[in-house]
Design a protein around this ligand. Sequence first.
Ligand SMILES: Cc1cc2nc3c(=O)[nH]c(=O)nc-3n(C[C@H](O)[C@H](O)[C@H](O)COP(=O)(O)OP(=O)(O)OC[C@H]3O[C@@H](n4cnc5c(N)ncnc54)[C@H](O)[C@@H]3O)c2cc1C
Length: 469
Amino acid sequence: MAAKFNPVTEALLDDLRNVLGEKHVKTDEENLEKYQTDEEGNSYYFRKPEVVVFPGTTEEVAAVVKLANQYLVPITPRSAGSGVACGAIPVYHGIVMELERMNKILTFDADNMYAVCQTGVFTGQLQEEARKHNLLYAGDPSSSESCQIGGNVANNAGGNKAVKYGTTRHQIYSLKVVTPTGDIVTVGARLQKCSTGLCLEQLMAGSEGILGIITEVTVKLRPLPPYNFNMVCVFNTDEAAFALPNKILKAGIDPTSIEFMDNEALVMTSKFLDMTMPHVADGCDYVIVTVEAFNQDDLDGKMEQLCDLAEDNGSIDEFEADKRIWKLRKQFAEAARDVDKMFQTEDFVVPLDKIPDITRQIPELREKYGLYCVTVAHIGDGNIHVLPLNKQGFSPEEWFEKIKAFHADLFPRVYALGGKMSGEHGIGFKKVQEFAKCTPDGEYKMIKAIKKALDPNNIMNPGKLIDMD
Ligand SMILES: Cc1cc2nc3c(=O)[nH]c(=O)nc-3n(C[C@H](O)[C@H](O)[C@H](O)COP(=O)(O)OP(=O)(O)OC[C@H]3O[C@@H](n4cnc5c(N)ncnc54)[C@H](O)[C@@H]3O)c2cc1C
């Protein structure tokens, strides 16, 4: 990796301490080790920061960014560190900026259905606050208890309710941002429509910390539908299961989520949670459909319609599920980690009608690269998580090489079907080379030009999404 940045010096540390106070600037080994990774378990990717800073206000964030420019030292913004693309790993060392102290809901306006959150508010905390007021915050990554709103915006997190409500970018009105040169700006506004200038809050959403640091987020709240059901449709072939989502959407059932777990994922997770679920021992897959409604009749009608549709399309059983089903769906990553801390979460996304075309190719790829995989999917959005598990005990470097070869084969197949390599986790550090290879030239040049214009010193989360080298 080219050494194009300066090391963190005593002079910079003194300036950081002057801005933030002694106790919010950490250089002890324990902290440097902690912040060398995020959710990533493969030590091949780990990089230690030289200093970790904990700002408490937007002004402090801006002051640190100005110092980083002055000293030419890179900054990696970090919220909860639950990202799975190595986005919060400080590739070029330098400063990790941990935003956990900025954790307050500043405004909660139930009448006008919006809230203003500091970046470090946990997503689950915002969801809970909304529920208390009979409202819904519709961003719902499976990691909601362990991720924060700033990280969600930076990664444009998706999750379980995206079929109906969209991803995090669809939940935001406006953002307060510190630009890579240290200016404080507000982008977007609390408006239902707007045709005034460029949509910069949407440019920031999904920008993975390379275009600035989000310090406040004004989010939309929605009425909370009081009635819902979770229906499990059971299939004995993947093919039949994958054909269902498009039909559900076309039938106007308007589901909140459509999730998929293949039999291997069901066996692994139910064993991990010590749960016995119907048909899992028979080798079946689940399609889990959630529907919400504002009255019981509407809900009953949709439930009946869904059962008919599932049966017509090869479901061998349908049952209404209790809370256990979401525990099962949300805990699969923990179950995978239990097999080995090095596992890979693929995150590709294809048009709904192409789901069978890509998933049909996975067994061949598994065989070719000797990978053991389980599959779960936000199947209602065409977002497939194939998880290669390191059952064979490869070393960090061997595992890295294996995944690299797998990606080189998988992603061109995804793009040939009109898909992209990430539906919600982002590119991070992990897929930076693959992104460069798969992205059309014109699009790649536009991204580079935007980055260069906003971050002339390339100090803001360098080595993520695009490599300016
Ligand atoms: C068990 C599990 C389940 C998951 N399920 C889902 C899921 O269903 N859907 C989904 O989309 N993701 C999921 N994820 C991935 C992860 O939780 C999300 O990507 C989440 O949005 C990351 O938020 P975070 O607060 O942890 O951000 P971090 O990991 O700290 O950061 C993520 C990226 O954003 C940047 N960043 C962080 N904060 C800021 C900021 N304030 N300003 C600018 N840049 C910033 C970082 O530099 C990094 O590039 C899951 C992860 C786990 C471990």
